[in-house]
Design a protein around this ligand. Structure first.
Ligand SMILES: CCCCCCCC/C=C\C/C=C/C(=O)SCCNC(=O)CCNC(=O)[C@H](O)C(C)(C)COP(=O)(O)OP(=O)(O)OC[C@H]1O[C@@H](n2cnc3c(N)ncnc32)[C@H](O)[C@@H]1OP(=O)(O)O
Length: 285
């Protein structure tokens, strides 16, 4: 596992602390980084897979482990953000889906399901400090949180239909949890990418912030709004509201992997992914 965890002693008992401290790998190897603020108990979970935080199998597994660690150690809030200055996450790493190894493809989708189940269903309050572009899988992660603060002049959305891909049901449920149904339907069918201002207007994000630091503070302010609520009552309320979405995936988890594998292996989908990758690379030149 490649994530590094930095945790304050005030939050965790020494036993927990021992569990939390995993060997630190060389800085260049870290895919996620968790820092816990001693005083507040808020954890900052930073994705760090340059250049664009493409969600590959390793990053997904790392994210899952970090979310579980934060959960186990009873942090009082989880802020998801990015180490990049311009990209929150470019979504799924298309290389995982293009000409894939079949076993890895299954593991990849299962890892994405696990991250979503952990984040969407987290007992810990969650927020995203969206400090860069956030298409597709990046948007899914942000929308799975309970609160979103975005920096100006970036884009966010589930653009799958523009790529000739059908977003799975649980991507759509996540959007529907945040947006009014009609707006969610239009956004999903159009595969629309929203600017930060547009995202604020439709409620896809809750606030804008001029800097990452300000975004983090606004996320912390959101967590502070729960100061007078009972954490268990808070969690059970969230759990009930999200229960059907989570149950739907849990009931169909294996079938969902099979659907994904079948879909990705279609020659037309492979061709589309290849062309899309090429267009991204040409753009980079
Ligand atoms: C019937 C039901 C069946 C169910 C089946 C379900 C199927 C559903 C399957 C999947 C759902 C899909 C979810 C996704 O997340 S797909 C990914 C979507 N992501 C995107 O479309 C974003 C693409 N990227 C961009 O738009 C831009 O890169 C950017 C805005 C994020 C950043 O722009 P910029 O800073 O200008 O960087 P570059 O474009 O120059 O990129 C740098 C570098 O990174 C490569 N790259 C970018 N994005 C990806 C990616 N998503 N995957 C892999 N590689 C990526 C890019 O090619 C450059 O590479 P280089 O030339 O080698 O440096």
């Amino acid at each position: 596992m490649q994530s590094a965890l930095i945790v304050g002693k005030k939050i965790c008992s020494s036993l927990l602390l021992r569990n939390w401290v995993r060997p630190l790998s060389a800085a260049s190897d870290k895919l996620t980084n968790v820092e816990v603020n001693d005083k507040t108990g808020f954890a900052k979970l930073t994705m760090n897979r340059p250049p664009v935080n493409g969600l590959n199998l390793d990053l997904l597994r790392d994210l899952h482990q970090s979310i579980q660690d934060i959960e186990k150690n009873k942090c009082r809030g989880l802020i998801l953000t990015s180490a990049s200055n311009t990209i929150f996450s470019a979504g799924l790493d298309i290389m995982e889906m293009y000409k894939p190894d079949q076993e890895r493809l299954k593991q990849f989708w299962t890892a994405l399901q696990d991250v979503w189940l952990a984040l969407y269903g987290s007992a810990v309050p969650t927020a995203a400090a969206i400090n860069g572009h956030s298409p597709a899988g990046g948007c899914l992660l942000a929308a799975s949180c309970e609160y979103r603060v975005m920096l100006p002049k970036y884009t966010i959305g589930l653009n799958e239909t523009q790529l000739g891909i059908v977003a799975p049901k649980w991507f759509m449920s996540t959007f529907r949890n945040v947006l009014p149904r009609r707006i969610a339907e239009q956004a999903l069918t159009q595969g629309k990418m929203f600017t930060s201002d547009e995202a604020l207007k439709i409620g896809l994000v809750d606030e804008l912030a001029a800097t990452k630091e300000e975004a983090l503070l606004k996320c912390e302010k959101f967590f502070a709004s729960f100061a007078k609520t009972d954490p268990i009552a808070r969690y059970l309320t969230k759990k009930q509201l999200r229960h059907n979405d989570i149950k739907e995936l849990l009931d169909e988890k294996v079938q969902d992997v099979e659907n994904f594998v079948l879909f990705v292996n279609q020659p037309s989908v492979q061709k589309g992914l290849g062309l899309y990758l090429e267009s991204l690379k040409k753009k980079a030149k």
